[in-house]
Design a binder for this molecule. Structure first.
Ligand code: ATP
Length: 199
């Protein structure tokens, strides 16, 4: 089955959104675990403009997405709750993903881990793994090892299938590289090249 190529055990256990886009208060979504080796499916329903896509944006952003276009915004503070009837705007937006790592796919000696991101209106951005401040690169490397990166097939957005079909060979290669697990080494090579260039 098509599920055989997925890791049947590593999964997004919960998502906490606070002050992100239309989510003013703390909102926690809990997802179902895999059952009988198959990933569970969660559907989010609601009227147009009620914030469904903002949830997908929260997952992308929490995984380190840098492109404001992918996040449907213009400037980085667009992701922070801007205020609504009766509620003032917030100065901080945060997202935390709790990932179940029973099968040890993520190279971390823990059955569960959290990956989080915080942004302030002042422009500061913080990345957090298991409550410890880390660099964006650390988040990218960790997720690359699990073939669970941002910006690729982990989050398939509206119109993305069309894009894949219409994409150039080099864009398509990026997708395959991540699926094949070599993204980690590309990130490391890039870091090494940057170091060499500045030394
Ligand atoms: P559709 O069905 O049209 O795709 P949707 O349910 O996916 O809609 P979203 O696009 O996720 O809805 O949400 C859009 C709503 O989020 C809009 O009402 C918009 O005003 C609100 N929104 C986006 N960014 C912010 C922000 N920074 N602060 C407050 N509200 C925001």
């Amino acid at each position: 089955s098509s599920n055989a190529i997925l890791s049947p055990n590593m999964y997004l256990k919960s998502l906490e959104i606070n002050g992100f886009k239309s989510f003013a208060g703390k909102t926690v979504l809990t997802f179902l675990p895999p059952r009988q080796g198959l990933q569970s499916i969660t559907a989010i329903v609601g009227p147009n403009g009620s914030g469904k896509s903002n949830i997908a944006d929260a997952i992308r952003w929490g995984l380190g997405e840098q492109s404001m276009k992918m996040l449907r915004g213009k400037k980085s503070e667009d992701i922070i709750f801007a205020g609504a009837a009766g509620k003032g705007r917030m100065s901080l937006g945060s997202v935390t993903l709790t990932i179940d790592n029973h099968d040890g796919l993520l190279p971390i000696d823990q059955e569960e881990l959290t990956v989080g991101r915080r942004a302030y209106r002042t422009g500061e951005n913080e990345y957090v793994i298991n409550g410890h401040a880390v660099r964006l690169l650390d988040v990218q490397l960790l997720l690359a090892r699990a073939q669970f990166g941002q910006g690729s097939y982990s989050v398939i957005g509206q119109g993305m299938i069309d894009q894949v079909l219409l994409s150039s060979p080099s864009e398509r290669k990026e997708l395959l590289d991540e699926a094949a697990g070599i993204r980690e080494y590309e990130l490391k090579r890039h870091q090494a090249e940057l170091k060499l260039a500045t030394s």
